[in-house]
Design a protein around this ligand. Sequence first.
Ligand SMILES: Cc1cc2nc3c(=O)[nH]c(=O)nc-3n(C[C@H](O)[C@H](O)[C@H](O)COP(=O)(O)OP(=O)(O)OC[C@H]3O[C@@H](n4cnc5c(N)ncnc54)[C@H](O)[C@@H]3O)c2cc1C
Length: 328
Amino acid sequence: MKHERVGIIGAGIAGLVCADRLHREGIAVTILEKSRGVGGRSATRRLDESSCDHGAQYFTISDPLFAERTAEWRKQGVVDVWQGRIVSIEAGMIRDLNQPRERLVGTPGMNSIGKYLALNLDVRSNIEVEGVERLDEHWRVVDNAGHAYGPFDVLISTAPPFQTSRLFSEWSQQLAEQLECVMMLPCWTVILRFSAPLTIEFDGAFVNGSPLSWIARNNSKPGRGAPECWVLHASAEWSASQVDGEPAEVGSALTNEFWKLFGRELARPSLVVSHRWRYALPRDVLPMRFLFDDKLRMGCAGDWCGGPRIEGAFLSGDALATHLLEKQ
Ligand SMILES: Cc1cc2nc3c(=O)[nH]c(=O)nc-3n(C[C@H](O)[C@H](O)[C@H](O)COP(=O)(O)OP(=O)(O)OC[C@H]3O[C@@H](n4cnc5c(N)ncnc54)[C@H](O)[C@@H]3O)c2cc1C
């Protein structure tokens, strides 16, 4: 592959990890990303002078390869342990979790992981890929402004399955059939900022029996500093029922649900920001770590291949890079 060019759609963890492995082997990789920043759903939202993780909240480690790479991130100060007290809440009962786990977070925000991975990579931001073309055995992609990028010998997409399917199904029946099997669930997120700390005796909670599924005190994570900032995630069911809801209405509905957990409003937030993740979490995860059409040299990776969450996205991107390097 040494002299080949690889195009990767999406600068989330899967795309960046795949690109990083290939780049280290001297392969020319171009990443096209529709957002302004990198990291995808491992995201941090800027709010005036502060910021808050509104996508992935933390990650845990079970795979030895992921453990090895994250140890390097830790040494570089890119991630650190979140020492917050995490509980579960159900019907007003607050319980500490039975199995304490080491939870790691990007510092000073979850987006630090993506920024670190992207350091030496050719990432083109603000480019939303809308079309894929085949010219003389090569791939070319076109963005929503009509600009073309390429040619690429290999084309990878790490965009959610529905978006990847729209781009790839015209070319690969094999990939189209596999992509059809994956459904992503939405998640409404609300960020609440306060001018003073709230008297809540924990820092994060899995919530049961409520439209909320998770709440967390963002400023209890390492390196965040003041002010007091809580992030609320709605359950997949509630989010699906309100998927086209107005952000302001969703914000006030979920804020009310937050206060219900404590029996009363503890303070008035100075800022309420709502964000809808239309493709937040995979409902189904494919059993294979990546998809690749060897004949057409196009493939996909992401947290919906082989395993969910940040660890799954990492392993998927890494496995696809290994596959490409072994084919050289
Ligand atoms: C609300 C929420 C909470 C979560 N909580 C956790 C958690 O606590 N722990 C955990 O481990 N994981 C959590 N996750 C999941 C975690 O964020 C993901 O598993 C991981 O970030 C997925 O990485 P990825 O690279 O597969 O996909 P993504 O991060 O989605 O990356 C795909 C990238 O492709 C880009 N893209 C899409 N379409 C196009 C296009 N047409 N052109 C160009 N670019 C495109 C996107 O902008 C994005 O940057 C959470 C996710 C959400 C949304």
